[in-house]
Design a protein around this ligand. Structure first.
Ligand code: IVH
Length: 672
């Protein structure tokens, strides 16, 4: 199909506008238009690109969602090599570096100007542009050869796919920077991983590195990576200083380290060292130091590099903040799946931006290795991590009153003997009737991603278990109104609501039941994979390890865990009780395209009574629909709550179906 000129022009204009606003929002943090207006521009462009596929372009702002998965990465050579930085750890070493620089400039000058930047704790990458277009991006690798990760880098919203403000005049441009994962995204990602019982990332840097090496750009697109540019290849000769270069890079679209202070000497930079040694903990990402760079580019030429690092720049590393506090007690906590984790209960202490009062001691071996005793003065650090650790003991501070910790051989909750599975470092309570596991497994059963039982919170579950009204999740279905009414903070109405919530849960989709059973290693994702292959409890009950391993994405741990779960007689008895109560025990879990609301899109505006915005969005997404932020003519439903915003008006103007909360509830409960 021939694309009319009018459309071509419109697409060009839209892309230009979006690029500009993307820059204002993600790079400069100075949005000029509302999210709604931005989303409208983007969905308009998407609509046209869908209608005229000839207009698709890898650099279009609509392409940040990640392309098709790759088989592997090809290699890219770095010329000049991507060097590293020498480190200094105190002001004296920094001053010695300055003296060396002056000496290497043959003392022709008395001082040099320094540009001081933050040292971002991330992953170094190189980005190449030709005639203003992003053509390739790669990892540092060994400094000489790295991996081509272009498709993954494209998903980073602050990375310009096309340069602005005449940036195309640099016919070839190579810039280098640091990709990082903001702290909040890291915590969210690890929480999701924990939920799925997957290996956690140790810190945001590892998470960023792991994400960049993922072969599926769509996963990368969901991880919210960001980038700061701090260096570049060869620049046109009329640029004289680093600071000028950074300012130009920012002008043409790059997100450049916002700290780029100029100081006349190291002595005059000390204020920055002091300022950032504490202020860094308030940043939404990790920094581990400052970088001092000679500003004058001609001086840099003269100074040159060693094979490892430039002679014109150096890192000043902040010491990891380390505090001493008293270890008051060690508690052993039993997780939902029975793992016994020792937790240091600390005299509260402020470390790297937050008050720390507990820290995991991981396992028995770790306590012995570090010789940690109750009553010890211990060192707490967060290091490159945002999770506090006990790094060691101040043994000189001991007065003899400290007590060696005896790791309990019995579960502190149920008294059953703890066992150490072969080849494992941890101890486990394997009593499925252990109250700690019972409470946690009931809460897990009723959680939002599970059987979603309204009103089943921690306080209530504590009472139900302690009063012996339930000893496993199947017992929930046999509760009676009168029993619940008598509990603290419960009345007739709340008891009725709880029973209704329990009743409603009987109809949940089968994969939710598989997740809710609480089988170690079976999170929401694995539960879906399993339920897709084994469409009923009876089939799943008889599944062999080999059959489970046939499912793409299911590994040894999960397969063994499922098989042993269904071998356990107590578990089978609980399942029979669920069946008797009328809980749905089968049902094909649909692939995304087959879900009941597949292909539909929802926009929410105003406040709903029963759901937060996020909950409502989650609900429709679970059913295969998309929750989007702005109304277009392609939107299927606009759900309107109290005090709706402009989206309500937009829906009316565009003739999109508007529904209220009641209708929305009906629509989803029919499908859930
Ligand atoms: S300049 C020639 N500036 O730290 C060296 N590096 O430990 C060019 N880094 O490999 C690097 N923040 O990946 C520079 N503001 C910054 C930086 C920075 C983080 C990384 C960089 C480098 C590593 C060295």
């Amino acid at each position: 199909m021939n694309v009319p000129d009018k459309i071509k022009k419109e697409v060009e204009q839209l892309r230009k506008d979006i690029r500009y606003h993307n820059y204002k929002y993600y790079v400069l943090n100075q949005p000029e238009i509302s999210d709604f207006e931005f989303d409208s521009l983007l969905s308009k462009l998407k609509d046209i690109e869908e209608k005229y596929p000839e207009m698709k372009d890898p650099n279009s702002p609509t392409m940040r969602v990640g392309g098709t998965p790759l088989e592997g990465f090809s290699h890219v050579s770095h010329e000049p090599p991507m060097l590293s930085l020498d480190n200094t750890y105190n002001e004296k070493e920094l001053e010695e570096f300055e003296e060396r620089v002056l000496r290497n400039l043959e003392n022709k000058v008395d001082s040099v100007e320094w540009v001081v930047e933050q040292k971002i704790d991330g992953v170094a990458v190189s980005l190449e542009y030709e005639n203003g277009k992003f053509i390739r991006g790669s990892t540092r690798g060994d400094g000489v050869v790295g991996d081509d990760i272009t498709q993954n880098l494209r998903t980073i919203k602050s990375l310009p796919l096309e340069l602005l403000n005449n940036g195309q005049k640099y016919s070839r441009l190579e810039v280098r920077g640091e990709v990082f994962m903001p702290n909040s995204s890291f915590l969210k990602l690890n929480k999701e991983k924990e939920e799925k019982e997957e290996q956690l990332f140790a810190n945001p840097r590892n998470a960023a590195a792991g994400t960049l090496k993922n072969l599926d750009p769509r996963i990368v697109a969901e991880r919210n990576l960001d980038i700061y540019i701090h260096s570049y290849g060869t620049l046109p000769g009329d640029i004289k200083t680093h600071r000028e270069a950074l300012d130009i890079l920012e002008k043409i679209g790059f997100k450049v380290s916002s700290v780029r202070e100029i100081r006349g000497s190291i002595e005059l930079s000390k204020d920055l060292i002091k300022e950032w040694s504490t202020k860094r903990f308030k940043l939404p990402y990790q920094t581990d130091g400052l970088v001092f760079k000679v500003n004058n580019l001609q001086f840099r030429e003269i100074l040159g590099s060693t094979s490892k690092s430039p002679r014109w720049a150096v890192a000043y590393k902040f010491p990891a903040e380390r505090k001493v506090t008293r270890l008051n007690e060690i508690e052993v906590s039993i997780g939902r799946t029975g793992i016994a984790t020792p937790i240091a209960m600390l005299e509260p202490v402020f470390v790297a931006g937050t008050t720390v009062s507990r820290a995991s001691l991981f396992n028995k071996d770790e306590i012995e290795r570090k010789d940690i005793r109750v009553g010890d003065k211990v060192f707490i650090e967060k290091g490159g991590d945002i999770i506090p650790h006990v790094v060691g003991v101040d043994k000189d501070a001991r007065d003899g009153s400290e007590k060696k910790f005896k790791f309990p051989d019995k579960c502190p909750v149920c008294g059953e003997t703890l066992v150490q599975p072969e080849g494992e470092v941890y101890y486990r309570c394997i009593n499925v009737g252990c109250p700690s596991q019972v409470k946690k497994s009931i809460l897990h059963y009723g959680c939002r991603d599970g059987m979603d039982i309204d009103g089943l919170g921690e306080v209530l579950v504590d009472q139900l278990v302690e009063k012996d009204l339930v000893s496993n999740y199947a017992d929930l279905y046999y509760l009676e109104q009168g029993e619940i009414e008598e509990l603290e903070r419960m009345g007739e109405k709340s008891a009725e609501n709880l029973l209704k919530g329990i009743e409603d849960s009987k109809k949940r989709l089968f994969d939710r039941l598989v997740f809710s059973l609480g089988i170690p290693f079976v999170g929401t994702y694995n539960a879906k994979l399993i339920a897709r292959e084994f469409s009923s409890i009876d089939k799943l009950k008889d599944a062999t390890c080999e059959a489970l391993l046939q499912i793409k994405g299911i590994g040894d741990n999960t397969a063994t865990s499922v098989v042993s779960f269904f071998k356990n007689k107590k578990n089978l008895a609980v399942i029979e009780r669920l069946r008797k109560a009328g809980v749905t025990m089968e049902g094909k879990t649909k692939r995304k395209g087959e879900l009941p609301l597949a292909g539909k899109s929802f926009v929410f505006t105003g406040e709903l009574e029963k759901y937060t915005r996020r909950e409502a969005q989650d609900l429709v997404e679970r059913l295969g629909a998309r929750a989007v932020n702005s109304v277009s003519k392609n939107t299927d439903y606009v759900v309107v709550g109290e005090n709706p915003g402009s989206k309500f008006e937009d829906a009316k103007k565009l003739g999109v179906k508007v529904i209220g909360e009641e209708e929305f509830s009906k629509l989803i409960s029919k499908e859930k």
